[in-house]
Design a protein around this ligand. Structure first.
Ligand SMILES: Cc1cc2nc3c(=O)[nH]c(=O)nc-3n(C[C@H](O)[C@H](O)[C@H](O)COP(=O)(O)OP(=O)(O)OC[C@H]3O[C@@H](n4cnc5c(N)ncnc54)[C@H](O)[C@@H]3O)c2cc1C
Length: 370
């Protein structure tokens, strides 16, 4: 009997997987509870490295809001300014980007069924039939993962972000990150410029802090530095959400697999999930195509995505653990030392937002050909 793939979740990852499968001639349906793929997307930010974005194979031009060439890191009274001589990343409108992904999935031949919340019972029913493959691309709190008893996500970060008009943006091409375990326990606060006057401000705080994200947000915007930037500005929107940290210990069971936030394929340092999630979706597509065409087990997906991407994800986990253990003062001191060792210039020239392993390689290869 011909196989059919049912993807639960028309977020960017589900849509990219749908596009990949449909363009290989596999019958694919992507379902979402939302009325439009762009609904609720503004709860997340839209920063993507230039190199990472190029790997997605999506024509994203119409979603670009701004370009970035670096970051200012703050901890205690210390600052580190990392600036690249060239464009490093894009800020995309997440709603427009999701719509572009949906357009490409549809033209590849995937069916997209909206206003369709998949409940546990319907999933279990579908799974009984071996000709169905079920994909959980249903985000941080995955119903597919809980319906089929996948291992839990280790830690969640609670987030809150707002948009401001008429802000005093110092440099419209630099993001700013604020590290403080007092305000943003085990994560950080951020500003993302959309233009010279429009700014996003956000914060993430670990669930372990037992503090809600709006409380952390109010503490962040009350810092003197941000008060100055936001004086006379107007808050236009606010959104709360979740970031899963740490991949699930298992992501395939029989004819069910998980991808993207549902699998926890997220950088623990920044919460960025699109570039790794999309890379894992490509790996999932290859395994599904092999399962449909050659009868291979879906478990090849688990092996392959871990072989290709787990080292970098683990490095992000390690860096996250390291900075989470520091006090504000300790982090400030660390920045001072890093500055003294020329890290601002090094990271400006050789930094890579997605792959710490590449940064380490470049560090040791400096002056030796790279
Ligand atoms: C504040 C914040 C800032 C972020 N900033 C960045 C960033 O700058 N760069 C970056 O790369 N990543 C960022 N991320 C992470 C990024 O947004 C996620 O990694 C990404 O959205 C994951 O995509 P996904 O398709 O796996 O899941 P989602 O985008 O969560 O999509 C899941 C979809 O599944 C649907 N769904 C859920 N349950 C069901 C069900 N039972 N039936 C039907 N449909 C269902 C939902 O409606 C949703 O549309 C950020 C996240 C947050 C919270």
């Amino acid at each position: 009997m011909p196989k059919e793939v049912h993807i639960v979740g028309a977020g960017v990852i589900g849509l990219l997987l749908g596009k990949e499968l449909a363009s290989s001639g596999i019958k694919t349906t992507v379902y979402d509870a939302k009325k439009a793929v762009s609904d609720n997307t503004a709860k997340a930010s839209g920063i993507f490295s230039k190199e990472g974005l190029a790997t997605l194979g999506v024509d994203y031009d119409d979603a670009v809001v701004n370009t970035l060439d670096g970051a200012i890191l703050h901890a205690g009274n210390e600052k580190m300014r990392i600036r690249s001589p060239s464009l490093k990343a894009y800020v995309l409108d997440r709603g427009d980007f999701a719509s572009l992904c949906a357009k490409e999935a549809k033209s590849a031949g995937a069916d997209i069924v909206l206003s369709n919340r998949f409940e546990k019972k319907a999933m279990l029913e579908l799974q009984k039939d071996d000709s169905n493959i079920i994909v959980g691309a249903d985000g941080a709190v995955s119903t597919v993962a809980s319906a089929f008893g996948f291992p839990e996500i280790r830690e969640y970060i609670l987030t809150y972000k707002s948009e401001y008009e008429n802000a005093r943006v110092e440099d419209e091409h630099l993001v700013e990150l604020f590290f403080s375990n007092k305000i943003a326990h085990r994560f950080f606060g951020w500003t993302v410029p959309y233009s010279k006057t429009k700014l996003e401000v956000g914060v993430g705080v670990s669930m372990r802090a037992k503090k809600n994200s709006t409380y952390a947000f109010n503490q962040l915007v009350n810092m003197d530095y941000l008060k100055g930037i936001l004086a006379n500005s107007k808050k236009t929107a606010g959104y709360a959400s979740l970031i899963p940290l740490g991949a699930r210990a298992q992501t395939v069971k029989k004819n069910v697999l998980l991808v993207g936030d549902a699998a926890g394929q997220v950088k623990a340092t920044t919460g960025g999930g699109i570039i790794f999630g999309a890379a894992c979706a490509k790996t999932a597509a290859r395994s599904i195509i092999d399962a449909v065409e050659k009868g291979r087990p879906l478990a090849t997906y688990e092996k392959e995505w871990r072989r290709r991407y787990e080292l970098d994800l683990k490095m992000h986990d390690f860096l996250h653990k390291m900075y989470s253990g520091f006090s504000e003062k300790g982090l400030g001191r660390l920045m001072k030392v890093a500055r003294a060792f020329g890290m601002e210039r090094f990271l400006g020239l050789y930094g890579d937002m997605d792959r710490p392993s590449v940064v380490i390689k470049r560090f040791f290869l400096r002056g030796h050909g790279e």
